[in-house]
Write a protein that binds this ligand. Structure first.
Ligand code: SAM
Length: 267
């Protein structure tokens, strides 16, 4: 991924920052996955911990954790998203607990360390140009024993594959199969994205981090862009969501889904 691709991605997220809390960035299906990351971070790290948010977006997670007693440095590559986080923290009265910084995941050398945990929600790491460098920087920024909790866009999403095949959009159906960086459209802009299987993602972190667990997010439940389908079939979809909760961490199933949630600790 080169500089111009990073800037494409930045422009894409800048262009949606104003309404990213609405259906585009925070509909019911996203909120459901968000709750899983929230409870995972709370289980892994006690209140009072120092957290780093990679790709904080409008700061929903950062403010949630600040309100629960964590100290959060919230970072993002989109300046408009950083502004939104800053404003959200001020409106919630937690501006002393949330420090919003314009730092991309490829610029983590600009930050000082001492964090107890680093989390990243909904795929900012899929936009990282060099995951090895991210792993090295996370190791520098985190105290020994500190935790990583990441939700990452996975490679195998049966819903997406079936949906786009059904629509006759064959190329789109196979987009997650691309090796390396691939363009994904949003709001007439391009997000340069790389998809991962959980194990291939972990391999990059393995020199510094031990794998604790990982699970599928939205494997049975439709992915967030099918929220209209979800609204038309709410009861059935909620049953599928319960299947995700019960079965999403099982071998094989945990390797699929719209996203996966992975937990590691610093050796
Ligand atoms: C799908 S949004 C998720 C935002 C937020 N984590 C949430 O849960 O709502 C992806 C975020 O990643 C950010 N992003 C994209 N590329 C990035 C990069 N290279 N470094 C840091 N953040 C990046 C975007 O600006 C955007 O805010």
């Amino acid at each position: 991924m080169d500089e111009s691709q990073l800037l494409d991605t930045q422009r894409a997220f800048d262009s949606v920052a104003a309404d990213y809390d609405g259906p585009r960035g925070n509909n019911e299906l996203i909120q459901r996955m968000r709750l899983t990351l929230w409870s995972t971070v709370r289980n892994e790290l006690p209140a009072g911990s120092r957290l780093l948010d990679l790709g904080c977006g409008t700061g929903i997670d950062a403010v949630e954790f600040a309100q629960r007693g964590y100290q959060v440095t919230a970072s993002d590559w989109s300046p408009r998203m950083v502004e939104r986080t800053h404003a959200r923290a001020a409106a919630a009265g937690v501006e002393t607990q949330v420090k919003a910084v314009h730092v991309g995941v490829h610029q983590l050398d600009q930050l000082e360390g001492g964090f107890d945990g680093i989390y990243s929600n909904f795929g900012p790491l899929n936009c990282a140009p060099d995951m090895g460098a991210v792993a090295t920087q996370c190791a520098r920024l985190l105290r020994p024993g500190g935790k990583l909790v990441f939700s990452v866009i996975g490679r195998i999403c049966p819903w997406e594959f079936g949906y786009y095949l059904f629509k006759g959009r064959i190329k789109r159906a196979y987009v997650r199969a691309a090796r390396g960086v691939t363009p994904v459209g949003m709001n007439r802009h391009t997000i340069w994205t790389q998809y991962y299987l959980p194990r291939e993602f972990y391999r990059t972190f393995a020199p510094h981090f031990a794998l604790d667990n990982y699970r599928a997010l939205s494997l049975f439940m439709p992915p967030p862009y099918l929220v209209d389908f979800y609204r038309r079939h709410r009861n059935g979809c909620e049953r599928l969501g319960r299947l995700d909760d019960r079965l999403g961490a099982l071998p094989l199933l945990r390797d699929m889904g719209d996203h996966f949630l992975i937990v590691m600790h610093r050796r």
